[in-house]
Design a protein around this ligand. Structure first.
Ligand SMILES: [Zn+2]
Length: 433
């Protein structure tokens, strides 16, 4: 359907107001309008409302199929991905995940092992229509010396297909060894990465956060936190991060993931935290599938009672940038997943109610994470921008989100890409004892 020439016209593409720039059209209640899109040499030359001008006879009639910009996945762990067959989570709990992953990392994460699983993940993400991806990289010694060079090689190999960003990952207790942590910060800076830690309610949390911020300021790094991935109402590190950002006068971008406990806290505490998060200009990413899997996990054969996700609606209402992302795939933190951001959006719609109205929620998998990741021109359709988009079969939200859309067409630089998914059997030899 999409000509290999990279130059053509599409007629009756159904585009969404929230992720289409500069289109004067009458958008319907679902945020959609029909548009004609001119692609020239791999770029979008023009997006015009359908029906306002004559359509050339040679235009490709999309018949109202939805066309969205390629996805931006701002929180993943492709260094952990696909270890499930050799490192399953014994009971589905967070501690089960931490322990199983830690043991597997120590025993098995050679450069080749990490590289082959990363490559597998990126091929899947690319085939599903992802254009940019941030991965956390477990950086507890000696893994940082193994995984970061692999990541840098992978980033170069994938440039032009997937824009890769890396963030270091370690429990905040690791910051107590300042000499080691400062060396890690230098390593991350040299790799043009993002400084990341997992916050826990340790007694010296504020002091450790100050040190993380000081290192980020010294090296000009953005920050990325895993915070409060628990139902424990005493977990308030999101607020502590916001306070630290304010008193350190931090000017870089800060992305905070999870924030699950916020949804369990009293309203007045929530309001105070959200005030600070907005004032400190933090962005928040929810990981709905992973949260559904790990949060409220019960080992006594009783049924989970809450969804596990944070308060995205309240955050968005305050102007806090909010995103959803894949998080883990087929590892002890989440037994499933394939880095398919349409699946993430579909699940987010169901778990987080991204509907009635849909409003501008599509930005949460496109324009908003692109901004957090400082990727100009990503996550939107715009005249003058790259022709990087996905043509779906669905013509409405209910059609789009009811089927897997395995037959979607991913277009990069104006051309349909090969969307064959890697075969699980390719990883079999990495899974033997
Ligand atoms: Zn994560």
């Amino acid at each position: 359907m999409i000509p290999a020439s990279g130059s053509y016209r599409l007629a009756k593409a159904r585009v969404h107001q929230s992720v289409t720039l500069g289109l004067a059209a009458d958008f319907d209640n679902d945020g959609f309008a029909l548009a004609n899109v001119t692609v020239t040499d791999g770029k979008i030359a023009e997006i015009a409302a359908h029906g306002r001008a004559a359509v050339p006879a040679d235009a490709i009639d999309l018949g109202g199929r939805i066309v969205l910009p390629c996805f931006v996945d701002c929180h993943t762990h492709i260094d952990k991905g696909h270890i499930w067959p050799r490192a399953p989570n014994p009971d589905g709990t967070f501690m089960g995940a931490l322990n199983a992953t830690g043991a597997d990392r120590a025993a098995r994460w050679s450069a080749e092992d990490v590289a082959r699983r990363m490559e597998f993940s990126l091929r899947s993400a690319y085939a599903h229509g992802t254009r940019a991806l941030r991965t956390h990289l477990d950086s507890v010694p000696p893994q940082e010396e193994i995984s970061w060079p692999v990541f840098e090689t992978m980033r170069e190999a994938w440039r032009g297909r997937i824009e890769l960003q890396g963030a270091c990952l370690l429990g905040i207790e690791g910051v107590r060894d300042k000499k080691w942590f400062d060396a890690l910060a230098r390593r991350v800076a040299a790799a043009k990465g993002v400084l990341g830690v997992v916050t826990y309610m340790v007694p010296d949390l504020e002091e450790l956060l100050d040190h993380v911020f000081a290192q980020a300021i010294e090296h000009g790094l953005d920050l990325d936190f895993h915070a409060d991935e628990t139902d424990d109402v005493a977990a308030i590190s999101l607020k502590k991060i916001a306070e630290a950002a304010l008193w350190n006068g931090f000017e870089g971008n800060i992305l905070v993931g999870h924030c699950c406990s916020l949804a369990r806290q009293p309203d007045l505490d929530v309001l105070d935290t959200l005030d600070k998060v907005a004032k400190a200009a933090l962005a928040v990413v929810s990981l709905p599938m992973c949260n559904l899997y790990l949060q409220d996990r019960r080992t006594d054969h009783t049924t989970p009672r809450w969804r596990g996700v944070t308060l995205l609606h309240e955050m968005k209402a305050r102007g806090i940038p909010v995103a959803v992302a894949s998080d883990n795939t087929r590892d002890p933190f989440y037994a499933y997943g394939d880095l398919d951001m349409l699946e993430v959006y579909r699940m987010a719609t169901r778990i987080l109610h991204f509907d009635h109205p849909v409003a501008d929620w599509p930005k949460a998998v496109a324009a908003t994470p692109a901004k957090v990741m400082r990727l100009d021109g990503f996550g939107t359709l715009a005249a003058g921008g790259d022709a990087d988009f996905i043509v779906f079969k669905g013509r409405s939200w209910t059609e789009l989100l009811s089927r897997p859309e395995s037959d979607r067409i991913v277009v990069r630089a104006g051309r349909a890409i090969d969307q064959e998914l890697p075969d699980y059997a390719e990883l079999d030899e990495l899974m033997v004892e």
